[in-house]
Write a protein that binds this ligand. Structure first.
Ligand code: PLP
Length: 456
């Protein structure tokens, strides 16, 4: 392969001149060099200048759950690609069938796996299923889809229409109709989260259902733990209440596990922390830890069977993703799952997550700017505030100053969406599930030092 690998200056120029990077303002690249990550092993990555970084965000957006440099995944994918790289449409492949069976084995109560390539796409499949069920079985009723303020479900126009992070939507409208927002369980920056908080949050969803009419609502789509919206863990009793609402009003429960899926919170899926039984589950990032592009939309047979009707020529799910037929995805996913199982990475996520959360809680004694620590497993957030009592958010400049200071120290951390009113202030951590005690302690030490410097 002919690349600029031995000519760093040419590589940077190629990047600067031709790559349109995701989610970033490009003006600064006119004067500073884009950072290029060259190599990774375990929890660490190296940039073009040879600088080593401890990656506390699993590839930037919480994806590389099993860590870098897994030759067993690369070898399996290579062998499979040589044997049979791709076949799509109505035909199956060996890795496709095998992974579907293994995945369903981790998801009691669910039955069918629909393959796609990204989290957004998996969510689009789910939305289309709900719409087709509405058309086929409810005469066009039950077509509305509820989503929650603060949740994110992807980047396409339909997913943004179901997007609760408003700053992502600005300038991209008009949006698709029939997506209705429900409030979040977090009573914004409120210090009043006492008795009845979960019940109030569930009641707020029910109020929307009653306002819109239950017979108009087909599905409720939620993240198990709101991820990019600030790592918001729902209170005890919330999910039980949500499940009850869905049963009571015959609404499909669609859980977006794009972030929490595959061990991130300490169980295979985030919803399993709360004992709920969804009808549809979507997943992407951790499915193959970024070694191949794959996402899944998983449903119950109850949902699947609604598309089985050979008296209706148009009654089947008329959808395809060309690259849903790539075998690299399910092959990488199979080995990824075996690694999580063999190395007990769900258990490690729980154990290291507890240690890391305790570390962050201890930092609260020293740094009054930490308003709250939230998270589950190796998915943690530290909300930065100007005042712990009022929870007035820390300014973006200092939040990003902490991220930049950590980077300088060789530790890559993240922050929740920056231009979001009230929630531009949470430091985000999602290290690979292989993290050790010394890794989480090192991340904590970097944050400690950064807070000391930036808040001085
Ligand atoms: N759902 C959630 C909860 C996400 O966080 C994301 C992306 O970060 C998506 C969906 C969209 O996934 P993708 O970027 O793979 O389309």
């Amino acid at each position: 392969m002919n690349t600029h690998v031995n000519d760093p200056a040419a590589l940077i120029e190629a990047d600067r001149a031709h790559v349109w990077h995701h989610l970033v303002q490009h003006k600064p690249f006119e004067t500073i060099d884009p950072q290029i990550i060259v190599e990774g092993k375990g929890m660490r990555v190296w940039d073009l200048n040879g600088k080593e970084h401890l990656d506390a965000v699993s590839g930037g957006v919480w994806t590389v759950n099993v860590g870098y440099g897994r030759t067993e995944i690369a070898d399996a994918v290579r062998d499979q690609l040589v044997k049979m790289c791709y076949f799509a449409g109505a035909k199956g492949t060996i890795p496709g069938a095998t992974f579907a069976e293994r995945l369903i084995g981790k998801m009691p109560g669910l039955d069918r796996v629909y393959y796609a390539n990204s989290g957004s796409e998996a969510n689009e499949k789910a939305f289309k299923m709900v719409r087709q069920i509405s058309a086929k079985h409810y005469g066009g009723k039950k077509s509305k889809i509820l989503y929650r303020d603060r949740d994110y479900h992807g980047t396409t126009i339909a997913c943004l229409s179901a997007g609760g992070q408003k700053e992502r939507n600005v300038q991209y409208g008009p949006f698709a109709p029939g997506f209705i927002e429900v409030p979040h369980c977090l009573e914004y920056q409120s210090t009043d989260r006492g008795e009845g908080y979960a019940e109030r949050a569930v009641k707020a969803i029910e109020d929307v259902i009653l306002r819109e009419g239950a017979d108009e609502i087909g599905a409720l789509c939620l993240e198990p733990i709101t991820a990019g919206g600030g790592i918001i863990v729902p209170p005890k009793g919330y999910w039980e209440g949500v499940q009850e609402l869905c049963k009571k009003y015959d609404i499909l429960l669609h859980i977006d596990e794009v972030v929490c899926g595959l061990g991130r919170t300490g169980t295979w899926f985030g919803y399993q922390q709360f004992g709920v039984q969804p009808d549809i589950v979507t997943m992407a990032k951790g499915v193959a830890s970024g070694y191949a592009a794959i996402s899944c939309c998983v449903t119950t047979n109850r949902v699947f069977d609604m598309f089985k009707d050979d008296t209706d020529k148009l009654g089947y799910f008329r959808d395809i993703s060309t690259f849903g037929g790539c075998t690299a995805g399910p092959t990488a996913a199979l080995v990824n799952m075996e690694i999580i199982e063999n190395e007990k990475l769900c258990e490690n996520s729980t154990k290291m997550g507890e240690r890391f959360q305790n570390n962050l809680l201890e930092l609260m004694d020293k740094h009054k700017c930490i308003g709250e620590v939230r998270g589950m497993g190796l998915f943690q957030g530290a909300e930065l505030v100007l005042d712990r009592e009022t929870r007035e958010p820390m300014d973006e400049k200092r939040v990003m100053g902490v991220v930049a200071d950590c980077l300088q120290q060789g530790v890559i951390i993240g922050a929740s969406n920056r231009s979001m009113p009230g929630f531009n202030n949470t430091l985000l951590f999602a290290p690979a599930l292989i993290a050790t005690e010394s890794d989480v302690d090192e991340i904590t030490a970097a944050v400690d030092a950064a807070l000391t410097r930036v808040m001085a």
